[in-house]
Ligand binder design. Structure first.
Ligand code: HEM
Length: 117
């Protein structure tokens, strides 16, 4: 199991960092270049979600204490970020990246503090 967790958390952190980091950068640049990054971002989002769900099953299945609630809040924020990017990336790229950036910042904070609450 530990090998599986190590592989999943490595893929999770890499994909999450790319997704959130590119979103923060695009929010700062007013969405310039967001078309070229849309598919890689959504690919990273899919990997982050799937590896996150995998880790949940391996590490948290059957528990729903405060730590899991914080992880769940971060998960909901990430899913909302993907929805906003998917819905608005063509019509309002700057708005899409700014809203998604805020949601993904919340996700990262939830993910990293969950084990300490
Ligand atoms: C969207 C669905 C997501 C789910 C279901 C999910 C779930 C999880 C789970 C279960 C863990 C393991 C916590 C533990 O060690 O017990 C975790 C850790 C982590 N997640 Fe996510 N996550 C998601 C999205 C993201 C995203 C988008 C990012 C980054 C932007 C992210 C960043 C992290 C980081 C950095 C950790 C490691 C925290 C630590 O060990 O201190 N996650 N996530």
């Amino acid at each position: 199991m530990i090998t599986g967790v190590i592989i999943l958390i490595a893929l999770h952190a890499l994909s999450g960092i790319f997704w959130a980091g590119s979103t923060f950068t695009l929010a700062r640049s007013g969405g310039a270049g967001s078309d070229a990054l849309f598919r890689p971002q959504m690919g990273a989002a899919v990997v982050a979600v799937l590896t996150g769900v995998g880790m949940w099953h391996l590490l948290h299945a059957g528990n729903f204490g405060l730590g899991e609630k914080v992880l769940a809040a971060g998960t909901l924020a990430a899913i909302a970020a993907a929805g906003v990017q998917g819905a608005l990336h063509r019509k309002q790229p700057a708005v899409a990246q700014r809203i998604a950036g805020g949601l993904l910042a919340l996700t990262v904070v939830c993910m990293v503090v969950a084990r300490y609450v």
